[in-house]
Structure formats: C-alpha cells, structure tokens
Design a protein around this ligand. Structure first.
Ligand code: NDP
Length: 259
C-alpha cells in the first residue's frame, strides 16, 4: 500500500485529498493541529487514515511526526508528501503589520520547507514524490493579495529548486496552482483582513476605499465562481500517480475580482 502524508488535512483541500486518497487505497497520514480534527476525519473517511499532530511552524510537532511515521512505516519509505497547509493574509502592503507578513511567510513557505526537510530521509527511501500546494497567486498577483502572493511566489521558487536538486535521487516535485476553491480559507482570511483594516488610520482607509470595498466582498464573490476542492484533489492524484506528471498544474482560473 502506497503511503502519503498530507499537511493541513483538517479542512478544505487537504481534507478532501485525505478522503479521496484513502478511498483510492493509499495509507494516508493526515497532518492536523487538533486531535478532534483527526478523529472527525477518521470517522468521515473509509480506508486507512492515521491522524498525525503536525503544526508546520512548530519544530517539535514536525520532529515527533517524523518519528511516528518512521515507526509506523516500519522500515519502508514514504511514497508521497503533500505540502498543503496554508493561510491567507490580505491587505494593502503599505499597512500590513510586518508580524502578519512574517506569519504568512512562516506558514506558507518556511513551514513547507521545514516539513520537507524532516521527511526527506523517508521520501528518499521510497524515491517518493512531493507536491506543493501553491496557487494561481503563485504566478500572478492582485491588489491586496500581496502577502499571500509573495508567499506562493517564494514557495514556487523553493519547489522549483528542490525539483532540480532531488531529480538525481529519483524524487519528483510538483506544484499545484488552484484558482479559487470553495473552502474556509477565504472566510478565515476575511477575519485577518478585518484586523488589519481596523488598525489602519482613517485617512489610509479612505485612500484604499475602492480596494477595501472589493476585499470585503471577496468571500461572497469567490463563493460564486469557486470550484469544489475535489478538483484540486484530482490534480493531486495526477501528480502522485501519473507516469509523467505535470510539473505545474493550474486548476481552474482565478476570477480577476480584485481589479
Ligand atoms: P483551509 O483553510 O480549508 O485549510 C487550510 C489548512 O491548513 C487547515 O487544515 C489548517 O489547519 C491548516 N493550517 C493552517 N496553519 C497551519 C499550521 N501552522 N500548521 C499546520 N496546518 C496549518 O484552506 P484550503 O483548503 O483552501 O487551503 C489549502 C491550501 O490550498 C493552502 O495552501 C492554500 O493556500 C491553497 N490554495 C487554496 C485556494 C482556495 O481558493 N481555497 C486557492 C489556491 C491555493 P487548522 O484547521 O488547524 O487551522
């Protein structure tokens, strides 16, 4: 049975990938931050799903997760890693608190690299595959999506360099670039943006009035054009199983709703 670790498997795209891959016969290690999310996933799924506590910004949980997989795989390698966990920080770059910008980079870039480093010994053993969940925002950006795009552009550079570095070891690295998928990420992002906007001086809010108005409507507008996470899950399966998977897979397209 082929094995896969998926980070950020509690909700959205990661959860869908976990359910679909388990149904397709994979041994799924589902990275979650809370044990209850792991239990919910196990009850919702069929097949082999093992929850693994994993916060991509926490070296301790990453190390413990790596040890757990080493034990559970009993000498075998890990066939696939799906670096999916992510958050979205949105707002005018002029006023983004730098701590929030850093958190965006820490979760979406440094965290992905930290997980990749920790699991590479197991992946090397299986000559496995690594998938990075980028975004259409990893090749194009839009007003107020600067922090998120910065993280996904950086993630693409990390993935592209890794692809070349790991090719001699027989390890494939792919990027998935979803447009707008119907998940909770947009509502979570709206909560973050409200914090950023509330902290902006009144005069600045007037300067960015049009963009902030569009940002406020973003979750509702995205809901109208977004596609289901199943589409992204299919792309992940292609990246994990196709003999010659696409190196960058664009899934749907982002509606140009912020301009
Ligand atoms: P969700 O918000 O539904 O899922 C995000 C997942 O990441 C959750 O499981 C969340 O866990 C987890 N996560 C957040 N922070 C951390 C952390 N520090 N450590 C470990 N896990 C963490 O969003 P999506 O499913 O939409 O997003 C999944 C990926 O897809 C992200 O990388 C996102 O950028 C990308 N993407 C999404 C698009 C979309 O339109 N939805 C479009 C393009 C790309 P918890 O529940 O504990 O917070």
């Amino acid at each position: 049975m082929a094995s896969v670790l998926i980070t950020g498997a509690s909700t959205g795209i990661g959860r869908q990938c976990a359910l679909d891959l388990a149904r397709a016969g994979w041994q799924v290690f589902a990275g979650v931050r809370n044990p209850e999310d792991g239990e919910a996933l196990v009850s919702a799924g069929s097949g082999h799903i093992i929850p693994v506590i994993l916060d991509v910004t926490d070296a301790d949980t990453i190390g413990q997760a790596a040890k757990k997989l080493e034990t559970d795989l009993a000498g075998k390698g890990l066939d696939a890693l799906v670096n999916n966990a992510g958050i979205t920080v949105q707002g005018p770059l002029e006023f983004i608190p730098l701590a929030m910008f850093e958190t965006q980079m820490q979760v979406n870039v440094t965290g992905q690299l930290a997980v990749t480093q920790a699991f590479l010994p197991l992946i090397r053993k299986a000559k496995g595959r690594i998938v990075f969940m980028s975004s259409e925002s990893g090749r194009n950006t839009l007003p107020l999506l600067g922090p998120y795009s910065a993280s996904k552009f950086a993630l693409e550079a990390v993935a592209n360099a890794l692809r070349m570095e790991l090719l001699p070891a027989g390890i494939r690295v792919c990027l998935i670039e979803p447009g707008s998928a119907k998940t909770e990420i947009w509502n979570k992002a709206a909560k973050n943006s409200n914090q950023i906007i509330d902290a902006m001086p009144e005069q600045a809010k007037r300067l960015y009035e049009k963009e902030l108005g569009l940002l406020a409507k973003l979750p509702e507008r995205i809901n109208k054009v977004a596609f289901p996470p199943e589409n992204v899950s299919k792309a992940v399966r292609h990246a994990l199983t196709a003999q010659r998977p696409k190196i960058r897979q664009l899934v749907g397209i982002q509606a140009k709703i912020m301009v």
